[in-house]
Structures are given as structure tokens and as C-alpha cells.
Write a protein of this length. Structure first.
Length: 418
């Protein structure tokens, strides 16, 4: 059978000697690297589960900013194995951007394997449970409501840049006790770390944010308060104070994970709703479906393809994988696997069984999952209450999207006067 996807071009990075050349394929279109303007920006990933496409292939480009080249699986069951088999797959070194600044401590909890991972989750979980979210909800509602009221009479807003980019960060900074005055600087550093190809620029941004966070931690140690930032800075775990590396490892990773994931989800959600008036009307007219609709939005807009480091040699789908190799799971494909999701390309706002991987799977399931869900639900609820008129994408808008983090920078939408 002929593979339906092109081989990686000659100028792609070199691959290790044990990788068969015919498995080195150009799947950048499914890895959040290439922009497109399709109504469903992930539509092209169906080819990755075609019988003529190999169940495992090799992607030669960087996958997580700091490592180059990874095996890739694209089917739901294979992805599940990677997320759940912690004896074979490790998160050691995942999202380890701090290595660019010469730092050796891990990102916590993502870069920690069992058994230690569980103790850090035990420490952080109380801040992110559904019960904790219930306590946070009035504040989330107030932030969203105030922002909508500030522009609703204008009948127009850049929902990506002026709203989606801002409100989740306000919620997150509030939670951590980080100052809103640093908003633009934080996003600029994050942009450099996640999206700048130049390593020196990335490294400079990592150094700057780490210096800032160390100052922030010192302040919270001198003057503790009721914020999550202070809880970590003064943290005690199993009767022992957290050490310096644990404190920075957690503070840094929360900063990295909490800043723009919800923003990207909001912009893709409004793009779809703006393009599909029938879907918009269906959710607006049936607010009871907002919870399942949010889950479906999450499923159809996966932002991250996770990576894991292989702990020992093994053979998978007749391919020899070696200890130290990286494996990347394409949630951009697995979330549309018909073996798991009936009629996967249909957006079903009432889909009942919806175990997608947008928020990861296994023990590293996103710590902020309940917060992200709550923010998106409250947003739709407040939006349709405050602006019941249908909205649409402003004519002439470029709706190109890069289906990954920071998906759409600008998305002006308009609606009629009430
Ligand atoms: C829609 C929004 C979000 C998405 C799509 C998302 C996605 C993810 C994914 C895919 C992972 C796992 C990565 C891996 O397995 O390699 C993850 C982990 C994590 N996320 Fe999120 N995230 C979101 C929101 C948030 C928020 C708002 C926070 C914090 C305030 C957060 C904090 C974390 C943390 C701490 C982890 C590590 C969990 C662990 O290793 O046990 N995330 N997230």
C-alpha cells in the first residue's frame, strides 16, 4: 500500500540510525505547525488513521521545543497506551524549557514520574477540585461579566485578542497572586518560549521569567497570603518544607500551563460558533447543554500533542524503539478516531461519552482541567445571557488558524443592536 503522506523533505533534521527511512514522514500539518482555513482545522488528520498509513511513524522536527525527533502514534488505543503505561513511558524532560537557561530541576508535576508524581498532585489538587472551582466561580463570573458589559453595546469585539487572551489570564493571575500589571510582559515571555524558533531568544525569555518568579516567591515568603503562589512558596509536604527546586519547579510550570491554553480554546470555540449559526442557536436555545457542548469543543480542538521518553528498548507495531527515544501522541488525530467516537467529525453538543485527550490522559491529566471547563462554561452562560443576539465573524476577517497553542491572534466578531 502506498503511504498517503509525503516523506519528510531532504532539509528535515537527521534521524537516528535505527529509524527506517520510509517511516520518516511529514506530518507537520497535524502537529500544530501549519496554518489552514478549513471550517474544521483538524479535518486533514483523518488520513493518519487510514489503513494505508503506518500505525507508527517518525517525525524529525522538534516536538517540545527542546528535543528533536519523535516516534508518533495517531490512533486512540495507541495513545492510551502511552498515557497509561508509566513503566515504559516517562515524562522526564517534558516541557523542560528551563534547561535552555542551564537549570536542571524538573517541571512539577509534569516532569515527574510515579511514585513521586502522586505526592505533588496531592499537594496541588485541593486548589483545582470541582469544589474549589465552585468557590472560584463567582469571581470567574464577575471577571467575564464585567468584560462583556464593557463592549456589548459596541456590537463588536476582537474575541481572540481583546477578550479570550485576557480573561483566563486574569483568573489565573488572581489565583496565583501574580500582578496583572505584568500581563503583557508575561505573554511576551511565553510567546518567546513556546513559539520563537531562535534558541537564544527562548533562553533569554526563560531566564527573565525565572528571575521574576524567584523574586515573586521571595516576596510571598516574607509576606504570605491566601493565594496559590503563597501556598507553594511556603509549602509543606509530608511534614517537610518544599525545597527551593520544588518551589520554583511548581511555580514555573503553573505559569507555563495556566497562561494561554484557555485563550486558544476560546478563540477556536468562537470561530466555530461564528461560522455555524445553527450550532450557535442550538446551544443558545438549550443552555442545559452547555456542559456537554464545552466538552465537545475541547474534543474537536486539541491544542497539544504530548511527548514521552521511552525507558527501555521494545518493539511496537514491528518497529524497534530504543530507550531514550521520544514518542509523541497525536491527540489531533486520536480525538477523531471512529473506533472511540461514533461519527467523530460531527460536532455533537450533547455527546455523552467523551473521553478525549485534549486535557491529556493517565496520571498527568491536566491539573487545571476543572478550571478550564468551568471558565468555558461560565463564558458561554454569561455570553448568551448578556448578548442574546446571534454573532458572526466580521466580514473580511482572516479566519486562518494554527491548530495548536495560540491558535488565532485576532478574531473580530459582530452582532446586531439588541
Ligand atoms: C483548555 C485549557 C487547557 C488545556 C487544553 C490543557 C492541556 C494540558 C495537557 C495536554 C496536559 C498534559 C501534558 C502531557 O501529558 O504531556 C496538561 C497538564 C497540566 N496542565 Fe493543563 N491545560 C489547560 C488548562 C490548564 C490550566 C488553566 C492550568 C493551571 C491553572 C493547567 C495546568 C496544568 C498542569 C499543572 C499540568 C501538569 C499535570 C501533571 O503532570 O500532573 N492547565 N494540560
Amino acid at each position: 500500500m502506498t503511504c498517503p503522506v509525503a516523506s519528510a523533505p531532504a532539509d528535515a533534521p537527521a534521524v537516528p540510525a535505527h529509524v527506517p527511512p520510509e517511516l520518516v514522514l511529514d506530518t507537520r500539518f497535524a502537529n500544530g505547525q501549519l496554518a489552514n482555513d478549513l471550517p474544521d482545522p483538524y479535518a486533514e488528520t483523518d488520513v493518519l488513521r487510514d489503513p494505508s498509513f503506518p500505525p507508527i511513524h517518525y517525525y524529525p522536527w522538534p516536538t517540545s521545543g527542546n528535543q528533536c525527533g519523535a516516534w508518533v502514534v495517531t490512533r486512540y488505543e495507541d495513545i492510551r497506551r502511552v498515557y497509561e503505561d508509566n513503566d515504559l513511558f516517562s515524562t522526564e524532560g517534558v516541557a523542560q524549557f528551563q534547561a535552555l537557561a542551564g537549570e536542571t530541576w524538573p517541571s512539577i508535576p509534569l516532569g515527574i514520574d510515579p511514585p513521586d508524581h502522586a505526592k505533588y498532585r496531592r499537594f496541588l489538587n485541593p486548589w483545582f477540585t470541582p469544589v474549589a472551582m465552585k468557590t472560584m466561580e463567582p469571581r470567574i463570573r464577575a471577571i467575564i461579566g464585567e468584560m462583556i458589559d464593557a463592549f456589548s453595546a459596541r456590537c463588536e469585539v476582537d474575541i481572540a485578542h481583546d477578550f479570550g487572551r485576557v480573561f483566563p489570564v486574569k483568573v489565573f493571575l488572581d489565583l496565583m497572586g501574580l500582578p496583572f500589571a505584568m500581563f503583557d510582559q508575561f505573554l511576551a515571555w511565553e510567546w518567546d518560549i513556546l513559539h520563537e524558533p531562535d534558541i537564544a531568544t527562548k533562553a533569554a525569555a526563560v531566564r527573565s521569567i525565572l528571575a521574576y518568579l524567584r523574586g515573586f516567591i521571595a516576596e510571598k515568603q516574607v509576606a504570605p497570603d491566601g493565594t496559590l503562589g503563597s501556598y507553594i512558596a511556603n509549602g509543606v509536604l509530608d511534614g517537610q518544607p518544599l525545597n527551593v527546586e520544588e518551589v520554583i519547579g511548581m511555580t514555573w510550570f503553573l505559569w507555563l500551563g495556566g497562561l494561554d491554553t484557555v485563550a486558544s480554546s476560546v478563540s477556536q470555540m468562537y470561530r466555530r460558533l461564528g461560522m455555524d449559526q445553527a450550532l450557535q442557536a442550538r446551544i443558545r436555545d438549550n443552555p442545559a447543554t452547555i456542559s456537554t457542548a464545552v466538552e465537545e469543543f475541547l474534543r474537536v480542538q486539541p491544542l497539544v500533542n504530548s511527548g514521552r521518553k521511552v525507558k527501555r528498548d521494545f518493539v511496537w507495531h514491528d518497529v524497534a524503539i530504543k530507550a531514550g527515544d521520544w514518542v509523541s501522541v497525536y491527540n489531533t488525530s486520536g480525538n477523531f478516531d471512529p473506533a472511540q467516537f461514533p461519527d467523530p467529525r460531527r460536532f455533537d453538543p450533547e455527546r455523552q461519552v467523551n473521553r478525549h485527550y485534549t486535557l491529556s490522559g493517565g496520571i498527568h491529566l491536566c491539573l487545571g482541567a476543572h478550571l478550564a471547563r468551568r471558565e468555558l462554561r461560565v463564558l458561554l452562560d454569561e455570553w448568551f445571557t448578556r448578548i442574546p443576539q446571534p454573532f458572526r465573524i466580521k466580514p473580511g476577517t482572516d479566519t486562518t488558524v494554527t491548530p495548536g497553542l495560540l491558535s488565532i491572534r485576532n478574531l473580530p466578531i459582530v452582532w446586531d443592536v439588541a
